[in-house]
Design a protein around this ligand. Structure first.
Ligand SMILES: Cc1cc2nc3c(=O)[nH]c(=O)nc-3n(C[C@H](O)[C@H](O)[C@H](O)COP(=O)(O)OP(=O)(O)OC[C@H]3O[C@@H](n4cnc5c(N)ncnc54)[C@H](O)[C@@H]3O)c2cc1C
Length: 321
């Protein structure tokens, strides 16, 4: 992993800011980490350094941030040529080689690069995500710690009915009185289960018992009544080959919107990290080839899209697991 000589930059303005800010303490920790720089002989990618450690907002309380990375475009070329030095030649020759490797589905040169993310995501998204077995994961322990009172409520434009043609997807929007009732139910239930969670734990915010005479239920048991829209967090480390496999499945319009937006944010990070590989990936792999890439990029909603925003938001294209 790169111990990078990052330039000093504590601003959060280069990426889409979090709608729900981190706590002051968390922001200070990130700023302090960004101030520490280490000279290194290893590959450093300035465009990724710009956003290193900074969270990019996803959904209403979620985020993705890059914690560490190893390698750059040149590292793929270096490994493919099994070089003693940097291994790179002219930029166009390196791009030609990366394109060739991607087109012919060579995998091991891409496994030489790695990236580590910190992701905050609703539990029902985490259940889909964890099916990708080829990553290293360490999740926030709700046996050890108390979960935050943070749950996902969809934006009205993503509140949709079951698709009529696709059994796994969404169809028309749910609107008006019906939508209002759905939001009421979601908010009420999510709030209530958290109140019961705290009641069973018998702990107030400062860790003191709420009722002196009660023992309080163990954290590992009290969590079981929380709904799937509660947020969890994990560190997720993956090599580039398996990251691209994940992105090809989860940035695809067939993936459920709520996981797709994470994959979209990570695609932007991939573009910063490995611009040549990103181009080859978008041309030969994403969604199975160029037509999908062109559809994603030409979609009117994607005109003027900011980094971290989803490329496509058509709820009717989402598919659930
Ligand atoms: C749109 C969509 C809908 C889905 N719907 C459902 C659903 O309804 N129900 C459901 O259960 N899942 C569903 N899934 C999950 C899906 O079946 C996969 O489990 C998930 O996408 C992870 O893919 P993977 O196994 O290729 O990834 P990884 O686990 O990262 O594996 C990457 C690759 O490594 C190889 N590999 C890894 N482990 C093994 C192994 N033990 N044996 C052999 N090869 C291995 C395979 O080649 C695999 O493709 C859905 C996924 C998507 C994207």
């Amino acid at each position: 992993m790169a111990g990078a000589s990052a330039k000093k930059d504590n601003s959060f303005s280069t990426v889409s800011p979090l709608k729900t800010p981190l706590t002051d303490e968390q922001e200070q920790e990130i700023a302090a980490t960004r101030r520490e720089t280490t000279p290194t002989l290893r590959a450093v990618v300035p465009a990724l350094e710009e956003i290193l450690y900074k969270p990019v907002s996803v959904l209403d309380h979620g985020f993705v941030r890059v914690i560490d990375y190893m390698g750059d475009d040149a590292a793929i070329v270096q490994a493919a040529r099994v070089s003693y030095g940097k291994g790179t030649k002219k930029v166009n020759e390196d791009a030609g080689l990366i394109n060739y490797l991607m087109r012919h589905r060579h995998s091991t040169p891409f496994e030489m690069c790695e990236i580590k993310f910190h992701i905050k995501l609703p539990i029902f998204v985490a259940r889909q995500w964890i099916r990708h077995r080829t990553a290293n994961v360490n999740e926030y322990s709700a046996r050890y710690s108390i979960l935050d009172r943070e749950f996902y409520i969809p934006h009205p434009e993503h509140l949709a009915a079951q698709a009529k043609t696709n059994r796994q997807g969404r169809g028309e929007l749910v609107e008006g009185v019906e939508a209002a009732r759905v939001f009421e139910v979601l908010k009420h239930d999510s709030t209530q289960v958290y109140e019961h969670y705290i009641e069973m734990l018998n702990e107030d915010e400062s860790g003191k018992p709420i009722k002196e005479q009660n023992k309080g239920l163990a954290r590992e048991l009290a969590r079981m009544n929380l709904t799937l829209n509660y947020y969890t967090q994990w560190y997720w480390k993956v090599d580039l080959h398996n990251l691209m496999h994940f992105l090809s499945l989860r940035a695809d319009p067939h993936a459920q919107y709520e996981i797709r937006v994470y994959a979209e944010a990570m695609l932007d990070m991939l573009k910063r990290w490995l611009p040549i590989t990103y181009e080859a990936f978008m041309n030969y792999r994403i969604g199975g080839g160029k037509p999908v890439r062109q559809r994603l990029e030409r979609h009117p909603r994607n005109a003027g899209r900011q980094a971290g925003q989803p490329r496509i938001q058509r709820h009717e294209q989402g598919r659930m697991e």
